[in-house]
Design a protein around this ligand. Structure first.
Ligand SMILES: Nc1nc2c(ncn2[C@@H]2O[C@H](COP(=O)(O)OP(=O)(O)OP(=O)(O)O)[C@@H](O)[C@H]2O)c(=O)[nH]1
Ligand SMILES: [Mg+2]
Ligand SMILES: [Zn+2]
Length: 310
């Protein structure tokens, strides 16, 4: 008779459980469930991010498993995790500084692929030039249920945004200078985050350098993140991308292409190509999709090449 192997007890990480609310590179700030906060040292690039549930035992910090994480690739190709365990992603734009083409689309894809609900925040509504931006976003992102027009300066539109954010844990992303920290301060005056002026070219000055999770007075939590100019995708394969891409997703849901693995370039029976030909999908949107697809395929090919023997 086979002897039953003695089962080893599963080792539980001991310590007090809390939430990682800020990351300073070589230390993190942990908020415990009773509201106390403690700074704990970590190794640089320890992999812990804001939004992680952690256990702290003395100097040792262990991250518990995540439900999701929002990741992007920086211009040097390095994968950056912005925050973990998110319900909502607010993509903040403003008439100035302008948001580069494709930023919104890729941020929406990253959020949807991670099961995070994206929404748009059009900030600086007090500036007269905001109407055309608002109109264009309404046309381009019809599948996004919520577009909030707000002003951190005048307070316009903040009540509706506050109610939306009360649903769970969210994060703001956007280019430097869009007004993410200003909005957080307006939503939660105790936050007292640093604000930076735009430079002479109407660009932000990368004022926020660390992500911080703020508890909102009317419910919900919100992570302020440092601004960046491109949302290059991680976690999304060339096969999946169209399924999440704004404008393409709804067409594919209604009329799937003939081939399940269609990349929507030249394949026969492609409903995306048909939608471009009929004008249902704009050429600019389609080109943004192709550009993003090319980028992802190049990364996939590079990773195949790395695995090849010499
Ligand atoms: N007119 C106007 N200006 C605003 C508004 N919100 C923010 N600003 C200005 O925009 C500039 C940038 O604001 P920040 O809040 O620092 O922008 P940010 O997105 O946090 O920038 P980073 O931390 O660099 O990513 C500041 O000069 C703010 O005063 C607004 O509602 N209206
Ligand atoms: Mg900021
Ligand atoms: Zn197709």
């Amino acid at each position: 008779m086979a002897r039953l192997k003695k089962q080893r007890p599963v080792k539980q990480p001991a310590g007090e459980e809390g939430l990682l609310v800020s990351h300073f590179g070589v230390a993190v700030l942990v908020r415990y469930d009773d509201g106390r906060e403690e700074r704990v040292k970590v190794k640089r690039n320890s992999g812990h991010v804001v939004g992680d549930r952690v256990q702290v035992a003395g100097e040792r910090l262990t991250a518990l498993s995540r439900r999701n994480a929002l990741r992007r690739r920086d211009p040097f190709g390095k994968v950056r995790t912005l925050a973990a365990n998110l319900d909502l992603l607010g993509i903040v734009v403003a008439p100035r500084p302008q948001t580069p083409a494709g930023f919104l689309e890729r941020a929406v894809v990253a959020a949807r692929a991670a099961h995070i609900e994206p929404f748009l925040v059009v900030n600086k509504c007090d500036l007269g030039s905001v109407d055309s931006l608002r109109q264009q976003l309404g046309d381009d992102f019809p599948a996004i249920t919520r577009v909030f027009s707000v002003s951190a300066h005048s307070g316009e539109g903040l009540e509706a945004l506050r109610q939306h954010l009360a649903q769970g844990r969210g994060a703001f992303v956007g280019v430097s200078g869009a007004g993410k920290s200003s909005l957080l301060n307006a939503l939660c005056p105790q936050a007292q985050l640093e604000i930076g002026e735009l430079n002479a070219d109407n660009h932000g000055c990368h004022t926020t350098s660390v992500s911080t999770l703020i508890e909102l007075p009317d419910g919900g939590e919100l992570v302020d993140t440092p601004g960046f100019r491109d949302f290059a995708l991680v976690d999304v394969s060339s096969e999946e991308i169209a399924l999440w891409f704004p404008g393409l997703m709804s067409i594919l849901e209604e009329t799937p292409c003939r081939f399940r693995n269609c990349r929507h370039r030249q394949e026969p029976g492609c409903s995306i190509k048909q939608a471009v030909d009929s004008g249902e999908l704009s050429v600019q949107r389609y080109e943004l999709y192709l550009q993003t697809l090319n980028d992802i395929e190049a990364l996939e090919q590079a990773s195949v090449d790395r695995r090849k023997p010499f």
